[in-house]
Design a protein. Structure first.
Length: 170
């Protein structure tokens, strides 16, 4: 997220009483575990890194059944880190930030309401139907095509790990 919103990353670090060195160290540890040949894969690896999830639910996605595991985050109390796992937990299909169960989504009635870090993919998709997913431009990124309600202008919302970073055009 540093790529798109360094000022918000700086603010988040202050809120967490952390430094850029702490950020780099946490990132390096995360990456080392993900790339390690001895670190457990799939669901088990996330349990080792993040501890037990706050919630686990079975979910149907099209014809596929999967397990969604959700972890609480100190920086975003209304969001959860969600990991979708294949049956058996050996493969991870998706990981990103989602709205916490029961948390009220932000009011998104116009494109002007789409401010960075204010909403997740599902919030935008529900607020601007029919939003259409576009091919991701990186593994951690998602994009949605939507139409501005009043002007009919085509907008692309860009997300990193499921959290809105910017819209194009702004």
């Amino acid at each position: 997220m540093q790529d798109h919103r360094p000022e918000l990353v700086d603010s988040a670090l202050r809120a967490l009483n952390a430094s850029h060195a702490d950020l780099r160290e946490a990132h390096n540890k995360w990456q080392a575990r993900l790339r390690s040949t001895s670190h457990p894969r799939g669901e088990r690896g996330y349990r080792v890194m993040l501890g037990p999830p706050e919630q686990e639910v079975e979910r149907q996605v099209g014809d596929l059944r999967c397990r969604a595991m959700l972890w609480r985050l100190p920086l975003w109390p209304d969001l959860r880190w969600e990991v979708l796992c294949a049956p058996g937990g050996t493969a991870v299909w998706n990981e990103w930030l989602v709205r916490a169960p029961g948390a009220e989504p932000p009011r998104l009635s116009s494109v002007a309401d789409l401010t960075p870090w204010s909403c997740v993919v599902d919030d935008v998709a529900r607020a601007f139907p029919p939003a259409a997913p576009l091919p991701a431009d990186a593994p951690s990124r998602a994009r949605l095509a939507l139409t501005a309600p009043v002007t009919g202008e085509r907008i692309v919302a860009h997300f990193t790990w499921g959290l809105l970073q910017f819209t194009d055009p702004p």
